[in-house]
Design a protein around this ligand. Structure first.
Ligand SMILES: Nc1ncnc2c1ncn2[C@@H]1O[C@H](COP(=O)(O)OP(=O)(O)O)[C@@H](O)[C@H]1O
Ligand SMILES: [Mg+2]
Length: 299
């Protein structure tokens, strides 16, 4: 059974003028239990819309979403209890203290009364917030509010944790803290789905990702494989004299030229023979993932 199985999900929004906009376009993806999985894409790609459909806040226009074998649309109450979710926007109950907020939510999630205090304390300690337990939520800094939201999501010890841009706008030290918490929760058996537009975050945390752009899946698989697929097959070179007949298959990219590789040795030989003294520089180094992603998400 998958922790998450999204099958052909589409979400269309209607603008006030009645015009339809497809925010999520026929997306499918599966997450196996025990994984940390990254949902990547630039701003506006449709990540939060997907997350909101998994959490049951939004209904798909078509397609199905299953969490641990339960259909989110049909068994929303069950799936809600299984998921811990940290939304992208900071929402905390400003007028209440940290303890009151967490006490209230542990009740909502059905944590037995006699366990609540202890669990709240343990989570606050984990998140370095224990000295804020009696502070009102509105007096917390942005980073602390984010940690409070994490605490809320962890109260019922969910098997599946979803983090929507958990480190957007947080400082380096909190980012590291969140990453190590994610790793630890995962080591303890929690499946984790997070969204990000930072590639580095995906590289730090997970093996496999789905990259979306304009609501569509552009690429899905292991980061390593994606990088390999895109890096091994191009030679880049610069010429002194650009005004020459080019080898068929050569593309101009800025000041450089790009030539597809089938066999590195043979193709290097072909290239040097064709351009001989005209080659100013040549490289076949692996493209960085950053370059791959930019290429895949170009407008
Ligand atoms: N409730 C809504 N009504 C209309 N359009 C929406 C709504 N929510 C999101 N969108 C649009 O859907 C697209 C995807 O948004 P979102 O899922 O928030 O992207 P991401 O989280 O990847 O930045 C955007 O163009 C956004 O403006
Ligand atoms: Mg978003």
């Amino acid at each position: 059974m998958f922790s998450l199985k999204i099958t052909n999900v589409t979400k269309k929004f209607k603008s006030p003028s009645g015009k339809e906009f497809t925010a999520v376009d026929n997306v499918s993806l599966e997450i196996e239990p025990g994984k940390i999985y990254g949902l990547l894409g630039p701003n506006g790609a449709g990540k939060s819309t997907i997350i909101n459909m998994i959490s049951g806040i939004l209904l798909p226009t078509s397609g199905t979403i299953e969490v641990l074998g339960h259909d989110v649309a049909k068994e929303t109450e069950i799936t809600k209890q299984m998921i811990g979710i940290v939304p992208q926007e900071i929402v905390v109950e400003m007028a209440f203290t940290v303890e009151e907020v967490l006490y209230y939510f542990s009740g909502m999630y059905g944590v037995p009364t006699h366990e609540r205090k202890e669990r709240i304390l343990a989570i606050l300690k984990d998140l370095d917030l224990e000295d804020k337990i009696h502070e009102r939520a509105r007096t917390l800094s942005g980073g602390m509010k984010r940690r409070l939201m994490l605490a809320k999501a962890l109260l019922h010890k969910p098997k599946f944790l979803i983090l929507d841009e958990p480190t957007a706008g947080v400082d380096v030290s909190l980012r590291q803290k969140i990453w190590s918490l994610v790793r630890r929760l995962n080591a303890e058996g929690t499946t984790i789905l997070f969204t990000t537009h930072y590639l580095e975050e995906a590289e730090q945390l997970c093996e496999s990702i789905t990259l979306i752009n304009h609501g569509q899946v552009v690429k899905t698989g292991k980061l390593k494989d994606i990088q390999q697929e895109f890096s091994k097959n191009m030679i880049h070179f610069e010429l002194f004299d650009r005004n020459v007949a080019h080898l068929p298959g050569t593309t101009e990219i800025g000041v450089e030229y790009e030539f597809p590789i089938v066999d590195l040795t043979e193709d290097m030989a072909k290239l040097t023979k064709h351009y001989h003294g005209n080659i100013k520089g040549i490289r076949s180094e692996a493209a960085s993932l950053e370059q791959v992603f930019l290429k895949l998400t170009q407008p």
